[in-house]
Design a protein around this ligand. Structure first.
Ligand SMILES: C[S@@+](CC[C@H](N)C(=O)[O-])C[C@H]1O[C@@H](n2cnc3c(N)ncnc32)[C@H](O)[C@@H]1O
Length: 174
């Protein structure tokens, strides 16, 4: 029995090393393989094992690590989660910095964002808007939109629209 415990431990450590180091290293030069690994195999496995979705896990990291009312801490928490825990389809910190400068240079009176996902870019944009400016953000996936509402990431400067909810309510499909 001692031998089999050792064998199981070695196999588990090996599997962990393959998933954590080898595969990420192998897929980094091929975007299709990377998507397949991060967005399909890893996401489905973690969803099954934890019985949560990636947006729920991401928002959990925000709730634990960010400070309520501090958008910069929300951004830091999401960036940290995506760098060290799981990949997610946010704009990220590098392109996010470009987005910040565009928002500051153009001083928009209204911003329309198509594709909210978990609200990373929405929080990023909203924190730079003057009090009178609004961000309208549209998300077709009610599971993502729901996470924004439940996590209280939205603010008075942000309006979230999820057309799928209206379609479902009116019974016209969706
Ligand atoms: C790349 S993600 C957006 C990332 C987000 N802007 C961020 O940086 O945090 C794209 C999002 O667009 C949404 N989407 C795709 N097609 C859409 C459509 N026709 N209407 C509304 N949302 C859509 C997807 O569900 C997904 O959440």
């Amino acid at each position: 029995p001692r031998m089999s415990v050792l064998t199981v431990s070695v196999v588990l450590v090996g599997l962990y090393a393959v998933c954590r180091c080898m595969i990420p290293w192998l897929v980094q030069s091929n975007s299709t393989l990377a998507l397949l690994w991060y967005d399909f195999v890893l996401e489905m496995t973690l969803d099954l094992l934890t019985r949560t979705t990636r947006p729920q896990r991401l928002l959990r990291a925000v709730i634990i690590n960010a400070v309520r009312g501090d958008p910069d801490s929300v951004i830091r928490a999401i960036d940290h989660f995506c760098k060290h825990t799981e990949w997610a389809m946010n704009i990220g910190d590098e392109k996010g910095a470009i987005l910040d400068s565009v928002v500051m240079e153009t001083s928009p009176s209204t911003v329309l964002e198509l594709g909210t996902y978990c609200g990373y870019s929405a929080v990023r944009i909203t924190r730079l808007l003057p009090p009178s400016t609004r961000l309208i953000t549209v998300e077709m996936n009610p599971d993502y939109a729901c996470v924004i509402i439940c996590s209280e990431l939205s603010s008075t400067k942000m309006r979230l629209i999820c057309p799928t909810w209206s379609l479902r309510r009116s019974g016209s499909g969706g």
